[in-house]
Design a protein around this ligand. Structure first.
Ligand code: IPE
Ligand code: IPE
Ligand code: MG
Length: 235
């Protein structure tokens, strides 16, 4: 397939549910950890493709709040992989003008990961070429409950509360709503990901496992997006 893309309607924000690392590994008789490592490489492919095709915002779902219910050994492996990846790619972010955002609850993350995230957020805060948001310990219901708590704590008058007020208190306040959510591995569900922000997003389910995602997959996503007719309630 040709990788030349010339679409007039390029999405502003693509959000990826990176699923299927474990099954990718199992089908090859490998440990789940190997699948996660290959998954991190696929994430890098997606970020490079976003730069190449001029997509200004990308969100990657790396670890859900519910993923803390996995065996402790897998949770600690994933935390170490996140820490290593954040540190390893810091230079790549600086060189390519990528702004890093974290969406999710930092409190339960290991100190070393919190520190690496905070450093990368600070170092890249003025960049505008591409914003990469990574969702770690993210759950949409917890996010909404937190937003309500913050609004109550600020004693914002009831008459001033609109959807925009709520949106301003979500982790995603700096991001436009996703135009499309892409989930790999053939599962067709959202698994508590950005439930309010995807109210009008296009949904696209890809059969391949996340470690097999490459530039060609990214181009397929852009082609699919270009075919959709987004009416947003209008005629
Ligand atoms: C996605 O792959 C990565 C995380 C959820 C952390 P999975 O680990 O969910 O892989 P499968 O779904 O078991 O194949
Ligand atoms: C969703 O994948 C979370 C991430 C991709 C980080 P899961 O593998 O955790 O989702 P379920 O359990 O199949 O719904
Ligand atoms: Mg999964």
């Amino acid at each position: 397939m040709s990788n030349i893309v010339d679409f007039s309607d390029v999405p502003r924000h693509l959000a990826f549910i990176m699923d299927g690392n474990g099954r990718w590994a199992r089908e090859r008789g490998l440990a789940r950890a190997v699948g996660h490592r290959r998954g991190a490489r696929a994430a890098r492919n997606v970020v490079e493709a976003a730069l190449k095709y001029g997509i200004p915002h990308i969100t990657l779902f790396a670890f859900s709040t519910e993923n803390f219910n996995r065996p402790a050994s897998e949770v600690s492996f994933l935390m170490r992989l996140c820490t290593r990846s954040v540190k390893k790619y810091a230079k790549f972010f600086m060189e390519n003008g990528i702004k890093f955002l974290m969406i999710g609850d930092m409190d339960r993350l290991p100190c070393e990961l919190q520190l690496a995230i905070n450093q990368l957020c600070d170092a890249t805060s003025s960049f505008t070429k591409l914003t990469l948001a990574v969702a770690i310990n993210y759950g949409a219901r917890a996010e909404i409950a937190n937003a309500v708590k913050k609004i109550v704590r600020k004693r914002i008058p009831e008459s001033d509360i609109s959807w925009e007020t709520v949106a301003d208190h979500l982790y995603t306040r700096e991001l436009p709503d996703p135009d499309m959510v892409i989930r790999t591995s053939g599962e067709k569900r959202l698994s508590n990901f950005l439930l309010m922000q995807v109210a009008y997003a296009e949904l696209y389910f890809v059969d391949k496992y996340w470690p097999d995602v490459d530039e060609e997959t990214f181009v397929e996503v852009l082609r699919e997006y270009a075919k959709r007719n987004r009416r947003m309630g209008k005629l």
